[in-house]
Ligand binder design. Structure first.
Ligand code: NM2
Ligand code: OGA
Ligand code: ZN
Length: 383
């Protein structure tokens, strides 16, 4: 698929022509730094053995050739020749034509609403996921794409939710414990531990970094009410952005403040926006929690009115039933949310019966790593 290789700017740049007619330019210094030979990278663990200072600043490509479908380049002044496979070059091309709009997402992220999700909630039985890596792969891939999945068939005993985390990584312990009991308590240190309804929210926005995954598992649920729901924060953010681009700018460019000081010895505080964009405009995190939002002090006076109007509109969209997927957890059922993206809520409950959930946090980077490793294994097996 690699057709042509043309040097430019005295060998500081190379333009690669592909079979489909597209061209990807690469810089000599970039190619040198990313060389894959065993003097540059450890053959064992793939880590880079050299530093940027080991590469001459004036690095150029002295000669380039397409050989057996791969690119072979000789760097000057080192006189070092290395090969790059066409597929590697294609996968790592950075010469993009289109600029990306703020709020973009990549990585197979699929936004959802009630209409697209309510009747196709990703789900697996614990017994299947723990035995069959193909089931686990699909379940983890659903968490990656949708930020949400259900797992059922858990033992209805204390601590069973840890089994879910064990499938892909590690629990993130916090001041709430390795896991926490979610049930109505006397003198609760958090409103989650009452029978009140909870507006859709992300957990622990007062922590920095936030816990990136949350698992909630049900041990007993015989009350009236107490239904769960989830809302795709990325879908809501996109809706807000399209109807009110300036409001989106306000929520994404000014920090909000979050605080939790509900138990003694704990005073957590953070300063982060409700809608967080990465340095390249990628939508990376939603923080939304009415209970722990602290006074906003980083929004200019002249914009505070509009900031609040947008916060209100964001909340209205979050509560719009068109975005809400609802279900009632039964004993042995659990769900996981990407806490940087998907909000969860519960309806108030009362009356006779008992509602006992347990929750814990875990890390998304570990989940994605486990998923990538399983996918890598599948790919190698297929080759
Ligand atoms: N709990 C359940 O972020 C929050 O404060 C929501 C968290 C207490 C660990 C509740
Ligand atoms: C929580 C929470 C929801 C529920 O514990 O963080 O939001 O269904 N609980 O009790
Ligand atoms: Zn919560």
């Amino acid at each position: 698929m690699l057709r042509t290789a043309t040097l430019g700017n005295d060998g500081r740049v190379i333009a690669l022509g592909w079979k489909d007619g597209t061209v990807s330019r690469f810089h000599a210094i970039w190619l040198r730094d990313n060389a894959l030979d065993d003097k540059t990278r450890s053959a064992g663990n793939g880590q880079r053995l050299i530093t940027i200072l080991d590469i001459p600043a004036e690095t150029r490509i002295g000669a380039a050739e397409i050989k057996g479908g791969a690119l072979e380049v000789t760097f000057a002044p080192e006189g070092k020749t290395v090969r790059f496979s066409a597929s590697w070059l294609r996968a790592h091309a950075y010469d993009r034509k289109e600029a990306r709009e703020p709020g973009w997402t990549g990585g197979g992220i699929e936004r959802w609403t009630k209409a697209t999700m309510q009747n196709s909630v990703p789900r697996a039985a614990y017994a299947d996921a723990s035995r069959d890596s193909n089931v686990l792969r699909q379940w983890l891939a659903a968490v990656r794409s949708f930020g949400f999945a259900v797992m059922d068939g858990l033992p209805t005993e204390s601590g069973a939710l840890c089994k879910v985390a064990d499938l892909f990584g590690y629990i993130r312990e916090t001041n709430y414990g390795r896991w926490f009991e979610v049930r109505a308590e006397v003198n609760p240190n958090n409103l989650a531990y009452t029978n009140l309804g909870l507006q859709a929210h992300t957990d622990n926005p007062y922590r920095d970094p936030v816990p990136t995954l949350q698992i909630l598992a049900c041990i007993e649920n015989t009350v009236e009410g107490g239904e769960s729901s989830v809302v795709d924060g990325f879908a809501v953010a996109a809706a807000l952005q399209s109807e009110n681009p300036d409001g989106f700018r306000l929520l994404s460019s000014y920090p909000a403040r979050f605080e939790y000081a509900g138990s003694s010895g704990v005073r957590l505080q953070s300063k982060r926006p409700m809608i967080e964009l990465g340095p390249d405009g990628e939508l990376i995190c939603i923080r939304f929690n009415n209970r722990s939002l602290a006074p906003a002090v980083d929004v200019p006076f002249a914009e505070m009115d509009r900031y609040y109007a947008t916060y209100r509109r964001f909340a209205e969209l979050i509560e719009d039933p068109a975005f809400e997927v609802t279900f009632k957890l039964e004993a042995g059922q659990s769900f996981i949310v990407d806490n940087t993206r998907v909000m969860h809520a519960r309806k108030a409950f009362s009356g006779s019966g008992k509602r006992w959930l347990q929750g814990c946090y875990a890390d998304k980077d570990g989940l994605l790593s486990t998923l990538a490793a399983i996918e890598h294994g599948f790919k190698e097996a297929a080759e």
